[in-house]
Design a protein around this ligand. Structure first.
Ligand SMILES: CSC[C@@H](O)[C@@H](O)C(=O)COP(=O)(O)O
Length: 320
């Protein structure tokens, strides 16, 4: 099942704010609706955001075909709806590169972005499962963070796609889904997807991760990325850095799985990435708060980055 697609002239998404309680399909007809869906995290996860960005520009191209100024403004709104995952602006820009050829060409490019992410998921699953088996032996107990499944990447996903592949191969000995404060992408979405796939798992609070690794309950950490910088720094959901530190202390592999579309060679290092802060209301309406949605894991804590084309063990720029 595709969790985001273009259907009969509109974008269809699974509304991820409603899971796991309700499987609701949303149809988005306007750029305003798409931007609202991105900002509320009804659609989320870096590869899915790339597809959302591309389809968002396809919507804009239809509505504003005769008004170049309004069109440029709409494209900008889509590109900047969220700042951290490089895929969103990249997907929007790819679709926008066809604007001079008309709305149909824009839509065709957006569909190519979608199809490439579907193919990337399949390639990452195979390559990632091979690597995890090399690193962990016959059966791996994995800890994952946030949601990196089909919800985040149109079909099977990035890191969770690898988990699924290992399960299919009979090489998975356990999964811990880190709950992912404050919006619970792990506890709500990863748990939901694993349940759909019939994969047994346990949910843990985020802060338990490093302790569970220290206690010897995890063979490797596997998760996704919103942006990977030229030097290999990994930007991902808040909590990732703590898991990387825990993995290093426990002496277990820390593996990042992300498509090439998440690698941003134009950004030299993690310090240069805009980190979205989602404000106090999301976590504590009664006090001021700091609420970064992502963190930076320095490249030296990363064992390997698995993409749809390669396994990177140093700087992505060096092996591009
Ligand atoms: C395959 S998705 C990889 C990342 O996008 C994912 O780990 C993540 O951090 C998503 O954050 P979110 O705020 O839910 O969009």
């Amino acid at each position: 099942m595709r969790t985001i697609d273009w259907v009969d002239g509109a974008i269809e998404i699974i509304d991820q704010t409603m899971l796991p309680g309700e499987l609701r399909i949303l149809r988005l007809h306007t750029v305003g609706e798409l931007v609202a869906a991105v900002q509320s995290l009804a659609v989320r996860g870096a590869p899915a955001l790339g597809v959302a960005g591309a389809f968002g520009v396809a919507l804009a191209a239809r509505v504003h075909a005769d008004d170049p100024q309004a069109l440029a403004l709409a494209v900008r709104r889509v590109e900047t709806a969220r700042p951290t995952a490089v895929n969103l602006a990249r997907g929007a820009q790819r679709a926008a590169s066809q604007l001079n050829r008309g709305p149909q060409a824009v839509l065709e490019e957006a569909c190519r972005v979608r199809d490439e992410e579907i193919a990337a998921s399949a390639a990452m699953a195979t390559r990632g499962a091979d690597l995890l088996t090399q690193l962990c032996g016959a059966r791996a107990r994995l800890l994952t963070h946030c949601n990196t499944g089909g919800l985040a990447a149109v079909t099977v996903g990035t890191a969770l796609g690898v988990v699924h592949e290992l399960h299919q191969r009979g090489r998975l000995a356990g999964v811990i889904a880190s709950e992912t404060r404050p919006l619970l992408q792990g506890a709500r979405l990863t748990s939901w997807e694993l349940t759909q796939w019939g994969i047994e798992h346990r949910v843990a609070v985020d802060s338990a991760g490093p302790f569970l690794m220290a206690r010897g309950e995890v063979d490797a950490v596997i998760l996704g990325a919103d942006r990977i910088c030229a030097n290999g720094d990994v930007i991902n959901k808040i909590g990732t850095y703590a898991h990387a530190l825990g993995a290093r202390r426990a002496g277990i592999p820390f593996v990042v799985v992300a498509p090439e579309s998440t690698i941003d060679l134009d950004t030299p290092h993690g310090g240069a990435v805009p980190i979205e802060d989602r404000g106090a209301a999301e976590i504590t309406p009664w006090a001021d708060a700091v609420n970064p949605a992502f963190d930076v894991t320095p490249h030296d804590l990363v064992t390997a980055i698995v993409t749809d084309r390669r396994v990177i063990t140093g700087s992505p720029a060096a092996t591009a």
